[in-house]
Write a protein that binds this ligand. Sequence first.
Ligand SMILES: Cc1cc2nc3c(=O)[nH]c(=O)nc-3n(C[C@H](O)[C@H](O)[C@H](O)COP(=O)(O)OP(=O)(O)OC[C@H]3O[C@@H](n4cnc5c(N)ncnc54)[C@H](O)[C@@H]3O)c2cc1C
Length: 447
Amino acid sequence: MAAFMREEESYMNGFRQSKIEVAVVGDGASGAILCAQLLRSIRPDEIHVRWLGRSKKFGLGLAYSTSDPDHLLNVPSKGMSAFENDPLHFLNWVQARDKKASPESFLPRQWYGEYLSALVPAGHPSLTVHPDDVMQIQKVSHSYQITTRKNETHPADVVILAIGHCLSKARFGRRPSFPLAEVDGQARILIVGTGLTMVDTVLTLGRAPRQNEIVAISRHGLLPMVHARHDGNPGASHFRKIIHGSKPPTLRQAFAAMRTDCAEAESRGGDWRSVVDDVRPFIPSVWKSFSPADRRQFLRHVVHFWDSHRHRMPPEVAEKIYYLINSGRLKIKKGRFTSLVEEDGSWTVNWRSDTHELRRERFDHVFDCTGLSRDLGATDSPLVRQMLRDGLLVISDPPLGAFPAPEAAGLEVLGHLLRGEYWESTAVPEIRKQAAAIVDRLLKLLN
Ligand SMILES: Cc1cc2nc3c(=O)[nH]c(=O)nc-3n(C[C@H](O)[C@H](O)[C@H](O)COP(=O)(O)OP(=O)(O)OC[C@H]3O[C@@H](n4cnc5c(N)ncnc54)[C@H](O)[C@@H]3O)c2cc1C
């Protein structure tokens, strides 16, 4: 999402005569990938990159801070390079330490965190790193002023927001970022949500010698599907046909085409996964062409289906999860909560099952694994709130994220914030593409 091309002329006039000051805000995977791509492409005398983030260790962010060896990437290593034009970059890096890693391996996320941390060359002459929380970004004439929690200010001609998940407070109990090792091994646990965050939490809490009984509840009770090798043949012929038609498809048409493709793939002895994988790169453009009403329909009626098929578990993870289910330690249920009350260190949970029965159960811990909020307007981030208030960011419709206002020349965003614009905007294949587009726009300004 570029704002800086729209006012290119006035913006260029505003550049300092010396180096262009680029501030990258956010120290997770998006910030690391963006910085790495940028530093690969520029001459040190052209640009100074200021990388700001609130974490102790840069490059890890929410997904790759884990040290649990059972937490695996849910994308095979061949899909995880930080550079779209160098697709085996991650695999080559990994193979230098583990010769057995193959393009199809699902590797520990901790390794990916190490890859990301190593990606941005410390001591690069064009880079300075600032561990600090960015509280405000204000437009000052043709550039920006960044104010941090430590009350430092930094000038920037270009600001790139890579602030990621913008998680608000847990709606139910605690977030699983709580140190799970501290949870008593006999405690009874409720997990709200049945997606990949639940899977991560269960992998940690379900590991022997722990004996926790875990109940995971979500509205549809759908577990993520399991990855399987498929022939890789592009399977989405009906879907491709309608998106390349004279009019952009409606949600109903797009979804119907995809279902037909899945049915045909299966009837040929193929696999629905080849259809989902084939459709995925088109989602950002299809989502953009959907009306806000269609986007809302998707969130109401389709998202659970899409998520469980698109965000899949590696087979070795699925084996552990199904072992826990079959041994009765993990129960997956469908239902809605009517109340969760914490009293004297335990939780009383009232919920209604899919058969409309009212249930009351007690748990020692409740973990909120419901994932990302769908209302950026309710974010706790002071920075995002200020930028929305000052009109630098505009909230998407529906309010899943935000994009730079047309007047905010020099402001770029990538990753989660763009979910409202592209829907598929949070995984590495999308992030590296968005980063490359930002770097391209920046280089065009230099030439
Ligand atoms: C558990 C999990 C597993 C995933 N697994 C995969 C996978 O296998 N493959 C894949 O392709 N994708 C995966 N993803 C999706 C994607 O790769 C990640 O979401 C990725 O980490 C996104 O990185 P990010 O930098 O955009 O966001 P984040 O990880 O949220 O990082 C943003 C960083 O910015 C900092 N920040 C925010 N606001 C400020 C501020 N105001 N000032 C300073 N710093 C700030 C935050 O503290 C944070 O460190 C996974 C996601 C999750 C949550």
